[in-house]
Design a protein around this ligand. Sequence first.
Ligand SMILES: [Zn+2]
Length: 483
Amino acid sequence: MSADDFLAQLRAHVGAQGPRHEARHPITGTGIADWCDAIGDTNPLYTDEEAAAKSRHGGIVAPPATLDIWDRPGLPAQARFRPQGLPAADDPRSKVLRMLENAGFVGVVAVNSELEIVRYLRPGDVLTNTQTLEEISEEKQTGLGIGHFVTTRQRYETVDGEHVGDLLFRILKFRPGTGKTAAADPNAKPAPAADPALRPRPAINRVNQALFDGYRAHELRIPKCSECGRLFFPPLPRCSECGSFDIGYAVASGHGTVYSYTVVHYPQVPGFRYPIVTALVELEPIDGQVVRFLADMVGVTPDAVTIGMPVEIEWLDSHPAQVEDATDSRGPISLPQFRPATPTRRAQTLSAAEVSEGERLPIWTLPLSPTHIVAGAIATRDFQDVHHDRDLAHKKGSADIFLNINTSLGYMQRFVTDWTGPEAVVSALRVRLGAPAYPYRPLTFSGSVQSVDAGIGRVVVAVQAVNDLGPHVTGTVELELPT
Ligand SMILES: [Zn+2]
């Protein structure tokens, strides 16, 4: 069959509307709480009956980013797990996706997701959705591979016919292994390998032994004169205040602020990922004394670092032991690094008058682990293997498991509503996906207020989440704040 004939067969389904699909179960408080645990969202309106009863909602509500998770078919949607006798899904998108898979387009990534929230969902709601297949692109060459974009719209109602929201959703189905590879520049030097074990081992001696012993236990020790109590850094054999050689240590909390920083691009040596942000961090006072500590920053792009930015420690276990039980340079090495501190959730909701256009939200860095990715996928009821099974992710052309779009949306919602406070009402979440969010690549969320209409309390926040591969999500959160 020619590509044109295949496209014509696919496009025969465009405009088709699926049957009204009803969720198998009502929304439950347990399902909501699992989502909150996976996303780390502690907004009490989702889990605390008493706080929720006093809120504008009058009771527990589901987070707005969950609109499209409750009526998902769950694991039986995967052919391998479908119970005998249960027919395959017959909505237009499922039909088209099967045709694409049979034609070799087995890779899949979500590209756009736009949720419009008409009203917040509540435990006990039983959702239905009606899907319309809106568009199928012609065959396109993308970075991931040759494929087709498939766009659907879903209208969500309760079983009583109350309209609660809408979703525009676009995915790319592609042939693994057909991605664009950048033309090799014959003059380009390859970047040095970034495995931290390739770094030179630090020289451990009498002066800094106690510090490195602490680092191994992930304890940030600061030299302290045992005579006069003065704290200082870097370590010295002798107190510059009183001259004593009796030097002990104090333990720092690991929290501080950026006092100054520089960005290192060159020379590039093995063991580091460039560019490197090196920061002079003013540590939280210890015994009333302020100490500044020099270390690398991680989980942040250089342009997002600001003077005064709150930071917290992140340990790097950089070198395995060369000699068992060695406590000198041949022992295991851990190094202190800093990342942007996790912003605290605002307890009192901002009013629209307190927000100004252009205002930046505090940066949030999420050290993304496989557990974050798998927990997010399961809590959003997404059983696509690429989000939990590394072997199958490899087979489908992906370097690793990756974050599903609903979890990205969840994190984005949490990032913005932690900043606004619990009673902000989200009316829309719109994202475009870029670089995949793989494990062990920290995701840094930044945002700024795009517009404020103080009269009606409408605020739009632009959000971006970036990892070292580039922007992962770019989007907006539209909300209503108290006026
Ligand atoms: Zn002293």
